[in-house]
Design a binder for this molecule. Structure first.
Ligand code: GAL
Length: 666
């Protein structure tokens, strides 16, 4: 889907207001005021669309879709499978999920259907096809939104049987499965497929290969369910395009795999602005890393499907966005590749779980309320920068973020079980690169490395042979790689690689891992730069895990930093190695943010990566590029001057590249 405009709108739940035509009328009027051009409809409408089994009522929805369209507002139409009607859950218990402890849930909440249940699929097929028949060719519907926030897992008998089938396909024989899981350990050899069950608190949880495969299976079930729904609609609406709304630091689904099935990636962003102990700049970076992940999934613009115009109601403490933050946050999404700014929700519901969640229109319905006023301002700004729509981003640096690795890393027992802080590790590298104005993609082990100057491989505990080879090739041909501690430990089955590690990378790095030592929270080891080293790095402190490397005897890396303390004092804490036309850096531990800033300033320069803005920017100003556009965002409260212009506190400037240089368009 190529947009020629930036979408502005959000989740709209008119089904909650059908007895208030005056409010529905007011919605139309206020949406136009707020420069809304798209809404998401139908996410939670099933009970109204099919009030009784097989009885479909779609007229109310058609009426709303068309009234909106007459006013220039398109619809992203959702399939309602995320929340099923009570009649369905009661009549067909198999559609209700079974938890890991094997208890079947009662009818409750949402996003808790069994994705394997043939009954559920059949019911979903019926309603999806009713929608597709009615709206499949409707010009008002610009995109289909499958279900809502696919997530969670089901352990019912249907899923167990499907899991066994999935394993049979993956391994072919029990012998191969036992080998892959090293099931001989504790005498767990399986002799019949029926003996295999999903992990459970009161059941198996020590065969880590099983746990890893279960996570892969659950992920593949969600993807299969997405595909199923998409194809139900597609069969009757061949031109339709599809998205699913993805989530922050999400665990349950391999989004690289899911993205292959989507036409457009979209995601729901709820940053914890003004969180205690975190600056606005830090929250912005945390969010930017997600935007960048979602751009990278398909290497093209995504949609910001949900965001709060003001506050949420599910964070431990839900802070209001202070004046200016709504704009900063909206334009940040666009700066990083979003072609939309959409909200959850247009109008606040009156009752139930989300009645006190922020909305564009509150219970007072006032247009002088701050969320409404700020939404109008965002709408105006989006119109001003509409030409950004559909533009791509430069390819510069990539950080490896691989779901199988994350699952295996977190599922293993090792030198530190008190939290490895995997995302914190990624953020350490990301923040330094983003602060330096480098465009960062987040890619998987199967992604192509072509076009990148720098590839960062943080804690890639599970490494595939093929990826290791491609990374070496990438460096050989002139690329720069940064490989950290706790990389290359196990294969795809979570079996430890035999021989020297990081597996497949020791020649490229000019060293091998000899030992790794766990650190308690707050425990650190001083590290200092090596005199005369080819790169000047600052002294720093190592934490979390301290890897002890032994340099290759024939073609050793050059240490840049050494540990100062403990029995491993003198061992390299950071090193660089020339390999082919390129270079490979090695980081033996987790260091301070200041260290990463100096390190990446140097590594990016060496790799020939130019910052988004060629002028030095004041601290707290983040820069990003979309092809032909430059975004500068002031993440501090004080005004700053950039490119000769004043940016207010939390202000954003957008420039377009023209024949005469940068022209300010916002
Ligand atoms: C999202 C969800 C929405 C709404 C919102 C509240 O995760 O998709 O339906 O619940 O959170 O922040």
């Amino acid at each position: 889907m190529q947009t020629r405009q930036l979408f502005h709108g959000g989740d709209y739940n008119p089904e909650q207001w059908l007895d208030r035509p005056d409010i529905l009328e007011q919605d139309l009027e206020l949406m136009q005021k707020a420069r809304v051009n798209v809404v998401t409809l139908g996410v939670f409408s099933w009970a109204l669309l099919e009030p009784e089994e097989g009885v479909f009522r779609l007229d109310w929805l058609a009426d709303i879709i068309h009234k909106l369209y007459e006013r220039g507002i398109s619809t992203i139409l959702a399939t309602p499978s995320a929340a099923r009607p009570a009649w369905l859950a009661h009549k067909y218990p198999e559609v209700r999920r079974v938890r890991a402890d094997r208890v079947r849930e009662l009818y409750n909440r949402r996003q808790n259907y069994c994705y394997t249940s043939p009954v559920y699929r059949e019911k979903v097929r019926r309603i999806d096809q009713e929608l597709a028949r009615r709206f499949g060719g409707d010009p008002a519907v610009v995109l289909w939104h499958i279900s809502n926030e696919l997530s969670g897992e089901c352990h019912c008998e249907l899923c167990q049987a499907e899991f066994r089938r999935w394993l049979q396909e993956r391994y072919g024989s029990l012998q191969a499965l036992n080998k892959a899981w090293n099931a001989r350990f504790w005498s767990h050899d399986y002799t019949d497929w029926e003996q295999i069950e999903s992990p459970a608190p009161q059941g198996e949880n020590a065969v880590q290969g099983l746990t890893l495969d279960w996570k892969r299976f659950v992920s593949s079930r969600h993807i299969d369910f997405f595909r199923f729904e998409r194809d139900c609609v597609r069969a009757l609406a061949p031109q339709a395009e599809f998205t699913a709304n993805l989530m922050y630091r999400f665990h349950d689904i391999d989004y690289h795999a899911l993205a292959k099935e989507l036409d457009v990636v979209s995601w729901d962003s709820y940053p914890t602005w003004h969180k205690r102990g975190e600056t606005v700049e830090e929250t912005a970076l945390d969010t930017a890393m997600m935007h960048d992940l979602f751009y990278s999934l398909k290497g093209k613009p995504f949609l910001l499907m949900e965001s709060s115009p003001s506050f949420t109601n599910w964070q431990p403490v839900s802070k209001q966005k202070k004046p200016g933050i709504a704009m900063l946050s909206a334009l940040q999404a666009v700066a990083h590749g979003s072609d939309s700014v959409c909200y959850f929700q247009w109008r606040a519901s009156r009752g139930a779980e989300e009645k006190l969640h922020g909305a564009v229109v509150g219970h007072d319905g006032r247009t002088d309320a701050r969320p409404f006023r700020e939404t109008v301002q965002v709408g105006e700004a989006l119109e001003q920068v509409a030409q950004v729509a559909a533009s791509g981003r430069p390819k510069q640096a990539a950080i490896l973020h691989d779901w199988s690795n994350m699952w295996a890393l977190e599922g293993s027992s090792g030198p530190r079980n008190a939290g490895l802080g995997y995302w914190k590790e990624l953020a350490g590298h990301y923040n330094a690169l983003a602060r330096a104005g480098i465009t960062v993609d987040l890619i998987g082990q199967e992604s192509s490395l072509e076009g990148y100057g720098l590839v960062v491989v943080p804690m890639l505990y599970l490494i595939g042979e093929e990826f290791a080879q491609r990374l070496c090739q990438f460096v050989k041909q002139g690329g720069t790689a940064v490989v950290t501690y706790w990389t290359g430990v196990v294969d795809e089955s979570d079996l430890c690689w035999l021989g020297d590690t990081p597996h497949g990378l020791t020649r490229m790095l000019g060293l091998r891992r000899a030992e790794i030592d766990g650190m308690y929270d707050g425990e650190e080891r001083r590290c200092s730069p090596v005199e005369g080293a080819p790169a000047a790095l600052p002294a720093t402190r190592a934490s979390v895990l301290c890897e002890v490397a032994a340099l290759d005897e024939e073609d050793p890396a050059v240490p840049l930093l050494v540990y100062d303390e403990d029995y491993f004092a003198g061992a390299p804490a950071a090193a660089v190695h020339a390999y082919g036309e390129g270079r490979a850096y090695y980081l033996a531990s987790r260091f301070t943010p200041e260290f990463y800033e100096s390190f990446y300033a140097e590594a990016a320069k060496q790799a020939g990566l130019a910052p988004a803005c060629d002028q030095e920017l004041p601290w707290g100003v983040l820069s990003s590029r979309r092809d032909g556009f430059l975004f500068l965002q002031n993440c501090t409260e004080a005004p700053v001057t950039v490119l000769g212009c004043e940016l207010a506190g939390w202000g954003t400037g957008v420039w377009q590249e023209t024949e005469n240089g940068w022209e300010k368009i916002l």
